[in-house]
Design a protein around this ligand. Structure first.
Ligand SMILES: Cc1cc2nc3c(=O)[nH]c(=O)nc-3n(C[C@H](O)[C@H](O)[C@H](O)COP(=O)(O)OP(=O)(O)OC[C@H]3O[C@@H](n4cnc5c(N)ncnc54)[C@H](O)[C@@H]3O)c2cc1C
Ligand code: FES
Ligand code: FES
Length: 1347
C-alpha cells in the first residue's frame, strides 16, 4: 500500500475543496475517516446539525448537498445523512446546513418559521434535520403535493411531537396562497388579499375566524419564495472541470481515499490492490466501519466515472450504471413507466419497492449495485432482480468483462457474491416484461416506512396463451442467509393452472422448502414462514383479480387480501378554549404561545450539551462496558490501550476509593466503575481518556479484561421467577377489603394476565456530559433530568462538598424519564476524569452505547383474578405483579408503587389484593419512563375489564358503565376522588368520535372483508399526580429583575422539550402583567436553585409554577408602592424607580405541595395531589395476511384543567400518545438469552415515524374543569396521555377477533404487547398459520427472549 502513489497519475487533486453555506472550505489534509457530520460539528463548529444515531436511521444530521451537473447544466440538490457521508466525497460540492438558511438574528427561513410557529419543535433535537429535509424538497420542486412531503420526511424521526404539528405546519406549503405570492399565478391587484380569491382567501378567512381557536395563525407566515434562496457558489459551476476531471487522492493516517476519474484508473487500482474497497453511497460501508469495526485501508470512490453513472435503455431492458443512486433510478422509472407500463413490470415492482426502501436521504446516496453486492439476506431489491433474472456486468483489467446472472449461484453465502476481488461492477441490466407476465414484490417490516425487511418476496409468473403457467420464479429475502429462489416450488408451478389446486401445492411446497427452526437468527420463524405463504396468496389474488381467470372473479370479500393498506393523507383538529382572550394582552397564561426556544431550535442556534465549543486541552472520554452478563472480573490490562499515541488515561475502580465508588438514587448498590462482579453487560468496567474521540474509541478495544463466568444468568421475568431472583425487601402486599369474601359471594370469576416488554426511551440526544475543573471546584454540564442529583453524587464520589460542584444544563434533547437517574453512568466518570486530570472532559454516548446501558421501561407480567356479578360489577380482584428491574435497584420500588396505585385505572375495585415483586436480572437496570409503571398497570385493568365483558357476552362499554368511578368514590388506597371528570370525558369522547355509528360501520366493513379487518376501541385513563413522596414535592425559583425591566428566572427544573420554561415565563408574565418577551430563562443551574427534585412525574409545572408565582408576588409586593405613586407608569419606569429607591429586585420563590401524608401501612392518606383524566377512541385497520396495521382515526378528550398553554399541552398529549402507540404496537427491545441487548439503534428498534400517526387525529381539551390544586387551575399533562394509546392496541385486538371468527377459531386469545406485525399476523389464525406452525422445529436456544 505504501507504493500506491506509483499507480496514480502525477497530476492529481490532493486538497479537498467544498463550500459550506456559501463559504469556501479548503482542507489540505483531509482524513478519509472523517464524516461530514464530524467535520461540520467539530472543525467548522456548525453544531446545528445533530448526531442522533450515526447509522442513517434518525435524520438528525440531515444537510443538503448541491452539485453542478455539467452535462445537464443544472444544479442537483439532495438531502443526505451527514453521519454516513465521508467528508472526502464532498470535493466540489456545496453543503447547506440549517445555519445556512436562516437565523433568529437575520431572517428565519419559511421552513424554520413554520415548524416553530406550528409548534412542531419541542426538545428541538430533531428539528434541524427535519427542517433540512423539507428545505431540500422545496429547493427541488416548484409545486409540491402531500406525497412529496411524506416522502421527503421518511428518513426523519421525532420522539417528542407525535409529528402532527410538523405535518400541519408544512402542509401550509401546499396551500394556494403560496403560489399566488410567488407570482406563479396572477394576483388580484385591487385587493389587499394575498391572492386572487380576494377577501375570500383561505389565509385571511382562517386568520380572521372567530369561531374556533387555532394553534397557529398562518396569515403570519412569510410566503416562500425560491428566488430568495442563496445561489450556488459560482466558482463550483465555472470551474467545474477542475473539480471533476482529475483523480483525487487523500491520504490519512490509516486510510487512503482515491476518486479516479477514468474507468481504467479504477481497474488498475483494483488489480494492484484487490483488497481495496469500492465506496458508492457508503450507506453499507459506513455502518460496517462504525459498528462492525471493519477496516478498509484503501477506499475507492467511482462516483465521477461517467460510464458508471448513466441509465440506458436497450432492446432487452434497462442498464443501470453502478453509481446511479436509488433516487435517480426512481426518477428515471417514474418517467419511463408512464409510457412503457406493459414491458416495465419488473421496473414497476422496483419502483414500488423503492418507496419503502430506507428514507430519502439514504436513497439519495445509495446505489442499486451497492445493494446487490452487499448481498444482505434481507435486501429488498435482490429478490426482484433474482426473480427477473437480471444480470450484472463486471470487469477486471486482467480478464475483461463478464456477465453474471443474479441467481442462486450468484449469492455464494452470507454477504458473499460471485464477483472476484479485482472485479468491479459496471452496470446491472434489468429485463423488460411480456404481455402475459405478472411481477410483484412485497416487503414486510416492523415499521411501514424506513425499515429493513423481515421478509421480502418477489414473484414473476408468465402464462401461455391458454392461461397455463409457462414460467415462474418465487424469490425471497429473510428466509435464509442469502436471497433465495424457491426453486422446487417455482418449477412445480410450470404447466399448471392458476387455481386453488395450484395455491395448495404452492403452499405445501413452500412449507417444505423453507426450513426455519426456533433458533433461527432474526427470530420469528413462524411469522417469517407464514409470510412466505401469505405474500404468495396476496400475489395469487392479485393475478386472479386482474385476469379474472376462467371468468371467475373472486368476491370482494376474498380480494381484500390482494392489496396492502393504502397510505392516506393525515388530517387533524384541536379543540380548546382560550380563557383569557378578553384580558390584557400581556398576560400570556392560557394562550398557545410558541415554545420559547422553538426559533433557536429551528435555526440550529439552540445549544445542547455536546454543542458546547471545544476548549483547548479538552479530552474525550469513552466508557468500557462489561463483556459478560454475570461474571467475576479476573484481571484488567490497559497497557496496550495506554500505548496508543494520544491516550491519556485509563480509569477504573482502582481510581476511586471504595467508600466513594458508589451510586444509586435509593440504595447505593451501583459502583461508578465495577470492582469485582459484573451483573450485566451494561456495567461500566473502565473508561479511556484520550486527545480525540477516534483515539479513545479505538483504544478502548485494546483494554484486555478477563472474566470468570458466573451462573445463573437471569434475563427474563420467567427466569427470575424460576431462580427466585428478587430484590430483597421490595416485596410488598396491599390488602384492601375482604377479597376472600368477595370471591366467595361472586357468581363469576376469571383469570388472566398481561405481558409487556421493555421500551427504550430513544430520546434523540444521547447521554452526554462535559466537566471542567476550576481550582478545587467542578462544573459539570450533563443532559440529566436531575442536575441536583448529578452535583450531589459527583461531590460524594469526589469526596468534596456539594457547594464546590455546580451542575447545569440549558436544555436536553428529550428525556422521558431515561435521563432521570441513568445519565450518571457517564457524568460520574467524566467528573472523576476532569477532577483527576485537571482537564476539560467531554463524553457522549454513541446511540448503540446509550441503548445498551441506560435502561428501559420495566417489562411487566401482571396476573389477575377477578370476581364479578351478572352485571359485570367487580367485587374483588387479586393482582400479582412481576416487574423486571434489571441489575440495579435504581428507582424501581417507586415505579412499583405507581403500578400498584394504577391497577384500578378508572374502575372501582372494592376488595383487592396486590402482590408486588421486583425481579433482579442480569440485564441493564430499568428505570423511569413516561408513565412510570402506570401504563403497565392500567393495561392490566383494561384487559381485565374486557375479559369480564367476554365472559358475560356483554360489551366492554356496558362493563365500564357499571364499574367506572363516580365523584366522591374512594380508591382502594382510600383517596377520595374530587373533581372526578372521567365520566364527562367518556361521554364527550363517545359523542365527538361518533362512536356508536362508527362501531356499526366497522362491523359492516368486517362482514365485507376477509383479509382486512377494522377495530374500534375506547380507553379511559386516570393518572395520579404526585411524586408519591412528600420530600420531592417541593420546588424553588429565583427571579431577578434588571434595571432595564428585563426579567431573568431560574428554576430547579430543566427544559427537555415539554415547555416548562415557556410555561414559567407565562406565569411570570401574568403576575407582572408584562410581555413574555421581557422574561427569560437561560438554564438550570444548581448554584441558582439548590436541592431540586428531578424534572419528572409530570409535576414540574405545578411545583415551579407556584414557586415562580411566589417569587414574582414577593417582587410585586415590593413594587406596589412605586406603582401606586405612578399609576400610569410603564413597567420599565417602575423598575427604574425601584432601583433608585434601593428596593431589592431579586427574590426567591418556594413551593411545598400540601402534605400527602400517605401511610402505606394503614393504606390511608391522600397519595395524589389530584388526577388527570382522559379518554381516547381509536379505529384501526389491520392486514390479516401480514399483520400490518394503520390507525385510521383517534379522538382524545382530556381534562387538563385550564391549560397554561394549549399548544404545549396538546403537543404533550399528541407526543405522549405516539410514544404510547410505540409501546403498544411497535417498539420491541430484543434481548439475547444471555442478556445481550440486540436492539442497539434505529435500524433494529423502531419508534413510530411520520406515516404512523392516526390518519385523523382529533384532540379536545375538556372545558369548564378548573383544577383548584395547581397553578392557575392547570393540570399536569406530561405522562397521563401515554396510556390512551392502548386504545389502538385494543382496537387491533377487536379487529383480530373478527378475523378469528371468520376463520372459525376461538375469538378469545392472548396478545402480548407490543402488538407487532408478527403478533398480529400470528393471532389472525387461519389455514396458513395452521399449516406452518407445526413445521417449526424446537431446537437450541431461541435467538431472542422477552425480558
Ligand atoms: C438507514 C439505512 C436504511 C436502509 N434501508 C434499506 C432497505 O430498506 N432495504 C435494503 O435492501 N437495504 C437497506 N439499507 C442498506 C443499504 O442502504 C443498501 O444496501 C444500499 O443500496 C447500499 O448502496 P451504497 O451505494 O450505499 O453501497 P456502499 O456502502 O457504498 O457499498 C456496499 C458494497 O457494495 C460494493 N460496491 C459498490 N459499488 C460497487 C461496484 N461498482 N463494484 C463492486 N462493488 C461495489 C462495496 O464495495 C460494498 O461492499 C439501508 C441502509 C441504511 C444505512
Ligand atoms: S445521526 Fe445521522 S441519521 Fe441519525
Ligand atoms: S422535538 Fe423532535 S425529538 Fe424532540
Amino acid at each position: 500500500m505504501d507504493d500506491i502513489e506509483n499507480y496514480l497519475p502525477e497530476k492529481k487533486i490532493t486538497s479537498l475543496i467544498f463550500f459550506v453555506n456559501g463559504k469556501k472550505v479548503v482542507e489540505p489534509h483531509p482524513d478519509p475517516e472523517w464524516t461530514l457530520l464530524w467535520y461540520l460539528r467539530r472543525k467548522l463548529h456548525l453544531t446545528g446539525t445533530k448526531y442522533g444515531c450515526g447509522e442513517g436511521g434518525c435524520g438528525a444530521c440531515t444537510v443538503m448537498v448541491s452539485q453542478y451537473l455539467q452535462d445537464e447544466d443544472r444544479i442537483k440538490h439532495y438531502s443526505v445523512n451527514a453521519c454516513l457521508m465521508p467528508l472526502c466525497t464532498m470535493h466540489g460540492m456545496a453543503i447547506t446546513t440549517v445555519e445556512g438558511i436562516g437565523s433568529t438574528q437575520d431572517k428565519l427561513h419559511p421552513v424554520q418559521e413554520r415548524i416553530a410557529k406550528a409548534h412542531g419543535s419541542q426538545c428541538g433535537f430533531c428539528t434541524p434535520g427535519i427542517v433540512m429535509s423539507m428545505y431540500t424538497l422545496l429547493r427541488n420542486k416548484n409545486k409540491i403535493d402531500f406525497s412529496d412531503i411524506d416522502t421527503a420526511l421518511q428518513g426523519n424521526l421525532c420522539r417528542c411531537t407525535g409529528y402532527r404539528p410538523i405535518i400541519e405546519g408544512f402542509k401550509t406549503f401546499l396551500e394556494e396562497w403560496e403560489y399566488y405570492y410567488n407570482g406563479k399565478v396572477e394576483t388580484n391587484s385591487d385587493s389587499k388579499s394575498p391572492c386572487m380569491m380576494g377577501d375570500d382567501c383561505c389565509r385571511l378567512i382562517n386568520a380572521n375566524s372567530q369561531e374556533k381557536e387555532t394553534l397557529f395563525n398562518k396569515s403570519e407566515f412569510k410566503p416562500y419564495s425560491p428566488t430568495q434562496e442563496p445561489i450556488f457558489p459560482p466558482e463550483l459551476k465555472m470551474n467545474n472541470k477542475e473539480y471533476v476531471s482529475g483523480l483525487t487522492y487523500f491520504k490519512g493516517p490509516n486510510i487512503a481515499w482515491i476518486r479516479p476519474f477514468k474507468l481504467e484508473e479504477l481497474l488498475l487500482l483494483k488489480k494492484q490492490y484487490p483488497f481495496s474497497k469500492i465506496v458508492a453511497g457508503n450507506t453499507e460501508i459506513g455502518v460496517e466501519v462504525k459498528f462492525k469495526k471493519m477496516v478498509y485501508p484503501i477506499l475507492i470512490s467511482p462516483i465521477i466515472i461517467k460510464e458508471l453513472n448513466t441509465i440506458q435503455i436497450t432492446n432487452y431492458g434497462i442498464r443501470v450504471g453502478a453509481t446511479v443512486t436509488l433516487s435517480d433510478l426512481v426518477k428515471f422509472l417514474d418517467n419511463f413507466l408512464k409510457e412503457n407500463h406493459t414491458k416495465g413490470k419488473v421496473l414497476e415492482a422496483i419502483k414500488d419497492m423503492l418507496h419503502w426502501f430506507a428514507g430519502t436521504q439514504i436513497r439519495n446516496t445509495a446505489s442499486l449495485v451497492g445493494n446487490i453486492v452487499t448481498a444482505s439476506p434481507i435486501s429488498d431489491l435482490n429478490p426482484i432482480l433474482m426473480a427477473s433474472a437480471a444480470t450484472l456486468t463486471v470487469k477486471s483489467l486482467e480478464r475483461g468483462e463478464r456477465r453474471l446472472t443474479i441467481d442462486s449461484n450468484f449469492f455464494k453465502g452470507y454477504r458473499k457474491v460471485a464477483i472476484e476481488e479485482d472485479e468491479i461492477v459496471l452496470f446491472v441490466e434489468i429485463p423488460f416484461t411480456g404481455n402475459d407476465q405478472f411481477v410483484k414484490a412485497y416487503k414486510q417490516a416492523k415499521r411501514r416506512e424506513d425499515d429493513i425487511s423481515i421478509v421480502t418476496a418477489a414473484f414473476n409468473v408468465e402464462f401461455e396463451k391458454n392461461m397455463i403457467i409457462s414460467d415462474a420464479k418465487l424469490c425471497f429475502g429473510g428466509m435464509a442467509p442469502t436471497t433465495v429462489c424457491a426453486a422446487k416450488t417455482s418449477s412445480l408451478m410450470k404447466g399448471k393452472n392458476w387455481d386453488q389446486l395450484l395455491l395448495k401445492s404452492v403452499f405445501d411446497s413452500l412449507t417444505e422448502e423453507f426450513k426455519l427452526d426456533s433458533s433461527v437468527p432474526g427470530g420469528m420463524p413462524e411469522y417469517r414462514k407464514s409470510l412466505c405463504l401469505s405474500l404468495f396468496f396476496r400475489f395469487y389474488l392479485h393475478v386472479l383479480q386482474i385476469r379474472s381467470l376462467n371468468g371467475t372473479r373472486p368476491s370482494n370479500y376474498e380480494l381484500s387480501g390482494s392489496y396492502q393498506i393504502p397510505a392516506l393523507q393525515p388530517k387533524s383538529s384541536q379543540c380548546f378554549e382560550i380563557k383569557n382572550n378578553q384580558r390584557t394582552t400581556s398576560d400570556a397564561v392560557g394562550k398557545p404561545i410558541v415554545h420559547m426556544s422553538a426559533f433557536k431550535q429551528a435555526t440550529g442556534e439552540a445549544i445542547y450539551c455536546d454543542d458546547l465549543p471545544t476548549l483547548e486541552e479538552e479530552l474525550y472520554l469513552t466508557l468500557i462496558y462489561s463483556a459478560e452478563s454475570h461474571a467475576k472480573i479476573k484481571s484488567i490490562d490497559a497497557s496496550k490501550a495506554l500505548d496508543v499515541p494520544g491516550v491519556i488515561a485509563f480509569l477504573s475502580a482502582a481510581d476511586i476509593p471504595k467508600e466513594h465508588n458508589k451510586m444509586g438514587p435509593i440504595l447505593k448498590d451501583e459502583e461508578v466503575f465495577v470492582s469485582e462482579v459484573v451483573t450485566s453487560k451494561s456495567c461500566i468496567v473502565g473508561a479511556i481518556v484520550a486527545k480525540t474521540e477516534q483515539t479513545a474509541r479505538r483504544a478502548k478495544n485494546l483494554v484486555m479484561i478477563t472474566y470468570e463466568k458466573l451462573e445463573p444468568v437471569v434475563v427474563t421475568i420467567e427466569d427470575a421467577i424460576a431462580h427466585n431472583s428478587y430484590y430483597p425487601d421490595t416485596y410488598r402486599q396491599l390488602v384492601h377489603g375482604d377479597v376472600t369474601e368477595a370471591f366467595k359471594k361472586s357468581k363469576h370469576k376469571r383469570n388472566g394476565h398481561i405481558r409487556i416488554g421493555a421500551q427504550e426511551h430513544f430520546y434523540l440526544e444521547t447521554v452526554s456530559a462535559y466537566a471542567i475543573r476550576k481550582e478545587d471546584e467542578l462544573e459539570i454540564i450533563c443532559n440529566s433530568q436531575n442536575p441536583a442529583e448529578v452535583a450531589h453524587t459527583v461531590s460524594q464520589v469526589l469526596n468534596i462538598p456539594n457547594h464546590k460542584v455546580v451542575s447545569k444544563i440549558k436544555r436536553i434533547g428529550g428525556g422521558f424519564g431515561g435521563k432521570e437517574t441513568r445519565s450518571l453512568i457517564l457524568a460520574l466518570p467524566v467528573a472523576v476524569a476532569a477532577y483527576r486530570l485537571k482537564k476539560p472532559i467531554r463524553g457522549v454516548l454513541d446511540r448503540d452505547e446509550d441503548m445498551q446501558a441506560t435502561g428501559y421501561r420495566h417489562p411487566c407480567l401482571i396476573k389477575y383474578q377477578v370476581a364479578f356479578d351478572d352485571m359485570g360489577k367487580i367485587n374483588g380482584a387479586i393482582f400479582d405483579v412481576y416487574a423486571n428491574g434489571g441489575n440495579y435497584l435504581d428507582i424501581s420500588p417507586s415505579m412499583l408503587e405507581r403500578v400498584m396505585t394504577h391497577l384500578d385505572n378508572c374502575c372501582k375495585i372494592p376488595n383487592i389484593i396486590v402482590n408486588l415483586n421486583l425481579c433482579k436480572t442480569n440485564t441493564p437496570s430499568n428505570t423511569a419512563f413516561r408513565g412510570f409503571g402506570g401504563p403497565q398497570a392500567m393495561f392490566a385493568c383494561e384487559s381485565m375489564i374486557r375479559d369480564i365483558a367476554a365472559a358475560l357476552n356483554k360489551s366492554y362499554e356496558e362493563i365500564m358503565a357499571v364499574n367506572m368511578y363516580n365523584e366522591g368514590d374512594l380508591t382502594f388506597y382510600d383517596q377520595e376522588l374530587i373533581h372526578c371528570t372521567i365520566k364527562r370525558c367518556w361521554q364527550e369522547c363517545i359523542e365527538s368520535s361518533n362512536y356508536w355509528q362508527r362501531k356499526g360501520k366497522v362491523e359492516e366493513f368486517n362482514r365485507m372483508n376477509r383479509w382486512k379487518k377494522k377495530g374500534l376501541a375506547l380507553t379511559p385513563t386516570k393518572y395520579g399526580i404526585s411524586f408519591q413522596i412528600d420530600m420531592l414535592m417541593q420546588g424553588g425559583a429565583l427571579v431577578l429583575i434588571y434595571c432595564d425591566g428585563s426579567v431573568l428566572i431560574s428554576i430547579g427544573g430543566i427544559e427537555m422539550g415539554q415547555g416548562l420554561f415557556t410555561k414559567m415565563i407565562q406565569v411570570a408574565s401574568k403576575v407582572f402583567d408584562i410581555d413574555v418577551a421581557k422574561i427569560h430563562i437561560s438554564e438550570m443551574s444548581t448554584d441558582k436553585v439548590p436541592n431540586s427534585s428531578p424534572t419528572a412525574a409530570s409535576v414540574s409545572s405545578d411545583l415551579y409554577g407556584m414557586a415562580v408565582l411566589n417569587a414574582c408576588t414577593t417582587l410585586n409586593e415590593r413594587l406596589e408602592p412605586i406603582k401606586k405613586s405612578n399609576p400610569n407608569g410603564k413597567w420599565e419606569d417602575w423598575i427604574s424607580a425601584a432601583y433608585l429607591e434601593r428596593i431589592s429586585l431579586s427574590a426567591t420563590g418556594f413551593y411545598a405541595a400540601p402534605k400527602i401524608q400517605f401511610n402505606p401501612k394503614t393504606n390511608s392518606g391522600t397519595l395524589f395531589e389530584y388526577y388527570t383524566f382522559g379518554v381516547a377512541c381509536s379505529e384501526v385497520e389491520i392486514d390479516c395476511l401480514t399483520g400490518d396495521h394503520q390507525v385510521l382515526r383517534t379522538d382524545i378528550v382530556m381534562d387538563i384543567g385550564e391549560s397554561l398553554n394549549p399548544a404545549i399541552d396538546i403537543g404533550q398529549i399528541e407526543g405522549g400518545f405516539m410514544q404510547g402507540y410505540g409501546l403498544f404496537t411497535m417498539e420491541e427491545m430484543l434481548y439475547s438469552p444471555t442478556g445481550e441487548i440486540l436492539s442497539r439503534g434505529p435500524g433494529a428498534y423502531k419508534i413510530p415515524g411520520f406515516s404512523d400517526i392516526p390518519k385523523e387525529f382529533n384532540v379536545s381539551l375538556l372545558k369548564g374543569a378548573p383544577n383548584p390544586r395547581a397553578v392557575y387551575s392547570s393540570k399536569a399533562v406530561g405522562e397521563p396521555p401515554l396510556f390512551l394509546a392502548a386504545s389502538v392496541y385494543f382496537a387491533i385486538k377487536e379487529a383480530i377477533k373478527s378475523a378469528r371468527m371468520d376463520a372459525g377459531v376461538d375469538p378469545e386469545f392472548a396478545l402480548e404487547a407490543p402488538a407487532t406485525c408478527a403478533r398480529i399476523r400470528m393471532a389472525c389464525e387461519d389455514d396458513i398459520t395452521k399449516q406452518v406452525k407445526p413445521t417449526i422445529k424446537n431446537v437450541g436456544r431461541p435467538w431472542n427472549v422477552i425480558p
